[in-house]
Design a protein around this ligand. Sequence first.
Ligand code: NAD
Length: 290
Amino acid sequence: MADMSVDGALAKYGPSEISREDILELDDPNYEPGNVAVVTGAASGIGRATALCLAGNGLTIAGIDVDEDGLAEVRERAAELDLPGSVKPVTADLTDEDDIEAAVAEAAELGDLRYLANIAGLQTIAPIAEFPVEKYDLMHDVMQRAPLLLTKACWPHFEENGAGVVGNMCSVHGHIVTKEKVAYNTVKFGLRGLTQSIAAEGDGSIRGFSVSTGYVKTELVAEQLPDSADSRDLTVDKTVQQVMLGHTRATEMMEPYEVGNLFVQGFSEHASHLNGGDMTHDGGMSLTYE
Ligand code: NAD
């Protein structure tokens, strides 16, 4: 039996609520409400934080998710914070091609579509020999096929507007792998291929980059901590130190807004030479050894 309840784990290791002071505000003439960023997975975790950080820089966000209530909450939070930009909910299922096309068309109605953040995702943990193929397909549909379809649908708008940037939420699992996450590992490695393909074909005016982090303090990660501790016969604190942070040089997991701020930087004119590359912010996990 774990030494901490789910509520306790959420309080200690869950995300802190985003305030305006958390948002990195950059000086960029394109960061204004006439320009639109599509953000997928915007109802929760990293997608929610990214939508708020980009709206905090004045952009109009088309927040895509299947979770309608979650999207409504993010729109309210953006208004409560009195951000210079706003979040418009666009309910869509990223496994559905028609939904994707309709969502991009709706986003383009909001202004000049210039940015796409592919963040929506999900996880399944199982050994290869038992890996459920329907979950493998679902994860590839949401995390690899949808980013391509969205990029494809956004491309003509980027060309029409003279520029575009696609940011893909990757992971340390796009660089190194852990066992029992074969679908996640293959998806994240593949996303880096998509990112580089965008750079190759974007010809300088359309850029692509990816963001790779270790564990982030999302609700999902915090809620799973007691079970994770139980299965390892560890305390929750030890699980965080040994499993989430064990291979890093960090003392704390990253906050979702810190990831959102990487998209703020990557989309901005200050990152004009970031093209095809990965913003690795994993506390040293993939680049150090003992
Ligand atoms: P989360 O579960 O909090 O958010 C994921 C969102 O994606 C949810 O709102 C969900 O409704 C949405 N989504 C899932 N399937 C969808 C579909 N078919 N159509 C539309 N929306 C759908 O997860 P998170 O932890 O914020 O992770 C977001 C991304 O960040 C994922 O790609 C994940 O791989 C990556 N990531 C997370 C961590 C971490 O520690 N949390 C670390 C590295 C990378």
